[in-house]
Ligand binder design. Structure first.
Ligand SMILES: *[C@@H]1O[C@H](CO)[C@@H](O)[C@H](O)[C@H]1NC(C)=O
Ligand SMILES: *[C@@H]1O[C@H](CO)[C@@H](O)[C@H](O)[C@H]1NC(C)=O
Ligand SMILES: *[C@@H]1O[C@H](CO)[C@@H](O)[C@H](O)[C@H]1NC(C)=O
Ligand SMILES: *[C@@H]1O[C@H](CO)[C@@H](O)[C@H](O)[C@H]1NC(C)=O
Ligand SMILES: *[C@@H]1O[C@H](CO)[C@@H](O)[C@H](O)[C@H]1NC(C)=O
Length: 379
């Protein structure tokens, strides 16, 4: 009897210690667990509310006066005749920063080459770089001088007088939609891309030409983030305090690295920027707020990339639209991905079967993170 009692006590004691240990581990890791798991579950279940109701719209409203001061950032470099009232398939804005000359040069000589697109793909596209001024006063003057020289050569910079910083990205978003509204409203589509993104222009153009033939409207396409929660961890680059955004979920939006809207949507987004408070500095999220205020929702395209680079393979090149994170290999990828051989490898029934098998192997392996989902293997 006595022995038994002692055993029970010991047993309970072990249980108690184990529970305490588990609880303290949970407490220590709670913030991370909350960040990675709990807040995602909460926000995903909440997203239907955020996407369908009007309360975000109401709480982001601003007065006419404030809106005018926001929307009147002066241009330092502008080319208002760039679109020249021509019929354009695409107006392509690349978000860049004053110091990123190398990236701009790589883009100009590869996927951003307007005359290549005109001549080889038969599509009229305008490519412009959107930027602000360098935040460091000491470097600003020198860089500004170089930017003017660069622009004199290429005439493709659109610069406004705001500090070009991460937390001012929403100002860059406003620049693009305002410019498009003022000077290029006839463009059939508007694309916004980062300067470290690779765009497979031949694939993009043929996709957009197909859509234009169908007379598509209300289009917003890219790599969609559904029901993403705001990051509440203080140290994070994407940290958003409750005062700025109080709900557990963002409206659906496309990754800012590269997305496309049809001309009518571009105009709607511009209209939304006139009555919404643009203090939320994550530009792609703010775009989602604008769109949901206008009743526009994003759709997924499996070959628009999320965070990282596309896998290298001709079967992928055949279909990719964007790939993210290219600082040094744009020229190499452009050469490889637009090689005429790429089309041959996937032509015919055997080619198609071969490519499906290859894509399944590349994209559907468990534990292997890829920028394109497994679904892309079957599209
Ligand atoms: C926009 O929202 C921020 C944060 O909620 C607020 O501080 C600011 O005053 C608002 N701006 C306007 C113009 O209403
Ligand atoms: C752009 O393409 C055209 C025609 O394909 C070519 O002649 C020109 O050199 C290219 N421009 C750059 C900057 O590479
Ligand atoms: C954004 O740009 C404005 C105008 O140049 C500047 O006053 C402000 O400090 C910048 N904000 C950030 C967060 O860099
Ligand atoms: C949001 O507010 C604007 C202006 O007040 C209004 O035109 C628009 O229809 C509203 N959006 C929704 C989804 O109700
Ligand atoms: C691609 O295939 C076609 C016939 O299907 C052939 O005429 C052409 O030479 C091939 N191109 C290359 C670069 O192999």
């Amino acid at each position: 009897m006595f022995m038994n009692f002692k055993r029970i006590r010991k047993c309970q004691c072990v249980q108690l210690v184990t529970t305490c240990f588990a609880l303290s581990v949970l407490m220590i890791y709670w913030e991370q667990l909350d960040h990675h798991v709990v807040s995602h579950i909460k926000s995903y279940s909440y997203r239907y509310l955020v996407n369908s109701y009007n309360f975000i719209n109401a709480s982001f409203g601003i007065s006419r006066l404030d809106e005018e001061s926001l929307n009147n950032v002066p241009y330092l470099i502008n080319h208002h005749n760039k679109c020249n009232s021509k019929k354009l398939l695409l107006l392509l804005f690349i978000k860049t920063s004053p110091e990123n000359l190398d990236q701009r040069q790589a883009i100009r000589s590869t996927w951003g080459n307007e005359s290549y697109t005109e001549r080889e793909l038969g599509a009229s596209v305008r490519v412009l770089f959107a930027l602000g001024v360098h935040p460091d006063v000491q470097q600003r003057e020198r860089l500004q001088h170089e930017l003017l020289k660069e622009d004199h050569l290429y005439m493709d910079l659109i610069q406004q007088d705001f500090m070009d910083t991460f937390h001012n990205l929403t100002l860059k978003l406003l620049l693009q939609f305002r410019w498009s509204h003022d000077y290029c409203s006839q463009a059939r589509f508007l694309m916004s891309a980062d300067d470290d993104v690779f765009v497979h222009m031949p694939n993009l153009v043929s996709y957009l030409q197909g859509l234009a033939q169908l007379g598509v409207r209300d289009l917003w396409v890219g790599h969609v983030h559904r029901g993403s929660p705001p990051v509440r961890q203080k140290g994070s680059k994407y940290h958003v305090p409750y005062e700025l955004y109080q709900w557990p979920s963002y409206p659906d939006y496309t990754a800012g690295g590269g997305y496309v809207v049809s001309g009518d949507v571009a105009e709607k987004i511009y209209q939304a920027t006139l009555f919404l408070n643009a203090s939320l500095y994550i530009d792609d999220v703010f775009m989602g707020i604008c769109a949901s205020a206008m009743g526009v929702y994003p759709q997924e395209h499996v070959y628009f990339s999320g965070e990282v680079k596309a896998p290298h393979h001709p079967c992928i090149y055949r279909e990719m639209i964007t790939s993210h994170g290219h600082n040094t290999d744009v020229r190499y990828l452009w050469k490889a991905a637009t090689d005429p051989q790429v089309h041959n490898i996937s032509s015919g029934l055997m080619g198609k079967l071969y490519c499906t098998a290859v894509k399944v192997l590349i994209l559907c392996r468990p534990h292997r993170f890829s920028t394109y989902s497994c679904m892309a293997a079957f599209s």
